[in-house]
Design a protein around this ligand. Sequence first.
Ligand SMILES: Nc1ncnc2c1ncn2[C@@H]1O[C@H](COP(=O)(O)OP(=O)(O)OP(=O)(O)O)[C@@H](O)[C@H]1O
Length: 828
Amino acid sequence: MAKKKKTTTKKKASGFKKPNLNFTRKQKVIFGSFLILFGIALLVAFTSFLFNWKVDQSTLSQLSDRSVETQNWMSKFGAGISNFFIYKGFGVAAYSIAVLVSLTGFYFFFGMNKTNLKVFWFWGVLVMIWFSTVLGFFANSNALLGGMIGFETNDFLQDYLGFAGTILLLAFILIVYLVARLNITPEVVAKYFHKTKNEVAEDFDEAQQQSSTFENEENSSTTNQSISVNNFDNSSSNSEETEAELAIKFEQKEEGQESAAIQHEPEDKNALNEAENATATPEVKSPVKEKIVIKSNDEEDVAMEVETAEEEEEEDSLSKKIVKDFGEFDPTLELSNYKFPTIELLKDYNAGGSSITIDQQELEENKDNIVNTLKNYKIEIAQIKATVGPTVTLYEIVPEAGIRISKIKNLEDDIALSLAALGIRIIAPIPGRGTIGIEVPNKNASIVSMRSVVASSKFQHAEMQLPIALGKTISNETFVVDLAKMPHLLMAGATGQGKSVGLNCILTSLLYQKHPAEVKFVLVDPKKVELTLFNKIERHYLAKLPDSEEAIITDNTKVINTLNSLCIEMDHRYDMLKDAMVRNIKEYNEKFKARKLNPEDGHKFLPYIILVVDEFADLIMTAGKEVEMPIARLAQLARAIGIHLIIATQRPSVNVITGMIKANFPARIAFRVTSKIDSRTILDSGGAEQLIGRGDMLYTQGNDLVRLQCAFVDTPEVEKITEFIGSQKAYPDAHQLPEYESEESGTGLDIDVDERDKLFTQAAEVLVTAQQGSASLLQRKLKVGYNRAGRLIDQLEAAGIVGQFEGSKARQVLISDLVALEQHLNNE
Ligand SMILES: Nc1ncnc2c1ncn2[C@@H]1O[C@H](COP(=O)(O)OP(=O)(O)OP(=O)(O)O)[C@@H](O)[C@H]1O
């Protein structure tokens, strides 16, 4: 069974590579310009052929003879190729070929998405054949029109379908073209005519109103009277109809207070015209509008327009048009030749044999031991089942009715003793299974190779944003999780238990699935050796601060700037999301790819950013609480905007993994730890102290604990992968994070006088009076925070008022009294 699985996964892995038919940018420009010019040459030759074909045709058989002259503007080449395409080919419809060739040239030259090109060629050739067949009807009067192919096709169709049949077939093809290619449906045509009708009516109204305004102006004194008479006449002659019309009018009045045109009685014609003009102005822009005409009593039409066009729809159709013309935005275009690492770069640790090494005898022995031990404590078993995993075997037992589960749980040590094995874990009961699980380590644990998990179909076909193949479960299934869903991961384990391998496994998974345009890593490696290999992919996958030289941060003091910079990036991304009216990075990028967001408004494709901290305890110790705040902020807010944190630590103590950190890292991985307390700190439950090490781990994402064997990826394998990626064309530099100005950055000794703190003079007076240069004194007296007090001291030192930093002692005050201070400050 296991072997069978293996062969299928291998097949899938080998089918993973895509053939590479891409040109480099230079090749595209050269090839593109050739095609454009070739297309133009064809146009020139074809046009000339139309005038000179009769003369040139007699020379065609002697084209190889240099002395023979042709009339074509492109000489022998022009005459030959035109004869081929026009006379022997498609007639005048052959112009399509020249246009299509030039168009192809443009696509290559400007590096545009070529999917549209295929569509152009398909329809272009179809139109050409259609035209030449239609023109084939006139072959007798002019052989050039339809060309030989047009004539023959026409002739062929007429033989089988007759004249009428051929015409009907050609008409059908025309309809297919109009509907499928040009989207011209009966509705569209009807809409167009409706629109034109409206426009004519509108013009007519306008003209009428203008003439009546003119009349109005001339007879201003008499008009009111005549209208009132008209009103009277109308209402008396046609009272029912008028009532109904008036009712509509008043309704409109009540609902649409803003419509001045309706509120005014027709006697105020100037106002009416003005109002109408005002409402008419936006009409010009609105693509769809509906007109309700309400007749008034004086035979004049009061038109109210209801505009139904929405700007967003217009934008939508604009983006659709851009997508139609250029295809969706492709973030990978800049590195379009990028090749994903191949599976061969990973080592197959189980080559030549099955990955499971437990033998039948071991299984039997363990089973007997478990049954006997439980029997000794008077626990009878109704059923027992074994599932063999890569490092441990799970024995699931169903005890006889009436046995208390806590009784079995308490026997953990006794069972371990009887099996003479470390790392026995009892899960009582197994959630959702109704059994009790006893995990017993295999005598010969087998390695779960990274190769096997990367090649697994579960990973290959994972429909996840950031898929990570962590390893294999106890039932030997590949375990794949989505980092984007976690959304942050906390990893802990004692030294040498597999943390670094685990981190490499996560990073490798992402390298196998994500293009450099889609994901960027920010790596913090205080141990300086663990992540150095990833330096090779700096310009592909890493992100760094603009002014830093190294992309991998090994100096803890620099981490604070990076974290704050990530916070700025986070805020910026939230603004972009808000602007785009989407809720998360996935929707944002989809909208951007569909060209619904304008890059000129600051929108761009957002890669996922993954922050990896290899030794968090070390970071907290050196950089202190200052790192905790931005980490907690990122962890709380960054999930929607694609910034994910992976934090690993050797020392899972409560002062490192604080409540604030824990609350925001629901996904946790525990490798073997030394005590139950550590296990509780990471997982909120025991169990990690009973693991056997070497990548044996427990994973939780807020609810159940899953025991996994972490996939093993060795340093040489990572090196090969990074070398493979690093040797390919890269971006000019690592991804730039936003610049961050640290609060302390202005505290050099060359502080500008203008940049001094507002409390500078007050601070100087406090220290000179007390003759004590201490920051805490300033904090107390001026009620300022520690940072500001520190900055003030630096400024006072720069001004020569206090002396240099002297460790634990307070700084010396260099000015004796307030008078001297005043003098000192005046002399500056
Ligand atoms: N998944 C695994 N499968 C098999 N062996 C493993 C696995 N993970 C780790 N090991 C073994 O354990 C050793 C130590 O692993 P790793 O370097 O990852 O430990 P670590 O927890 O990072 O230690 P430290 O904290 O001291 O850096 C590896 O060299 C390897 O031999």
